[in-house]
Ligand binder design. Sequence first.
Ligand SMILES: Nc1ncnc2c1ncn2[C@@H]1O[C@H](COP(=O)(O)OP(=O)(O)O)[C@@H](O)[C@H]1O
Ligand SMILES: [Mg+2]
Length: 251
Amino acid sequence: MKEPLFVAFSTQKGGTGKTTLTVLVASYLHYVKGYNVAVLDCDFPQFSIKDMRERDLKSIEQNEHFKALAYEQFKHLGKKAYPILESRPEQAIENAGRFIKTGMPLDFIFFDLPGTVNNSGVINTIATMDYIFCPIVADRVVMESSLRFAVIVNDHLISTGKSNIKGLHLLWNMVDGREKTDLYHVYEKVVGELGISILKTFLPDSKRFRREVAEDGTKAMFRSTLFPPDKTLAKGSNIDRLTDELLTILK
Ligand SMILES: Nc1ncnc2c1ncn2[C@@H]1O[C@H](COP(=O)(O)OP(=O)(O)O)[C@@H](O)[C@H]1O
Ligand SMILES: [Mg+2]
């Protein structure tokens, strides 16, 4: 059996989209692209993805439209929703290993790691990832903190050969407007000089990323652990393109 790849959207900076991207990409791969995914929610003690799953399940129970949609989807897929496991970040690798031993088919395990990298256990978890994608926002404070993180991972883990990491890529999130402005090109030049790569695909700043389940009777979901992003809402979100670009790296 092939070992699943360990992937994390990770950076020290909070609020840059780690959890959101973990869920969107995991759902897209598992429900649209036919891969088998598991998520290790290591954001102790908040466990926001685990909570999201509970809310998603409730919204299906309470809404006939979603109930029918879920029934059709899972019948068609012939598999269940991806598992979401809780773990302390220090024990994430051990817990993932135990889960892999259950023999469930798995292509990818996504780790939602906390922003605080304050002990060797967390560093060890980061070092055991196969790939790290670091969401960044074009804001000076975010950039400084994210670049520091990326440089440390690059210089101390990747370059020294002391880790399992095969790639670290930055990823623009919350880009204002349709096009990246000159500011982005300035940042990209700096990042390039540091020897760090940035994904071509960027994600726009858009309300829909905050949208979870329909509170108001609307029949569309964007960020869900049980469905892929609704097709209409997904338009222009670049989630499909991002997933395709990620797959070219992960394969
Ligand atoms: N591209 C985006 N456009 C608009 N809001 C976004 C986008 N990506 C994430 N968000 C929002 O930003 C907030 C922080 O995202 P989150 O994924 O929780 O960050 P992190 O896990 O890195 O702390 C959330 O409210 C989320 O919905
Ligand atoms: Mg988070």
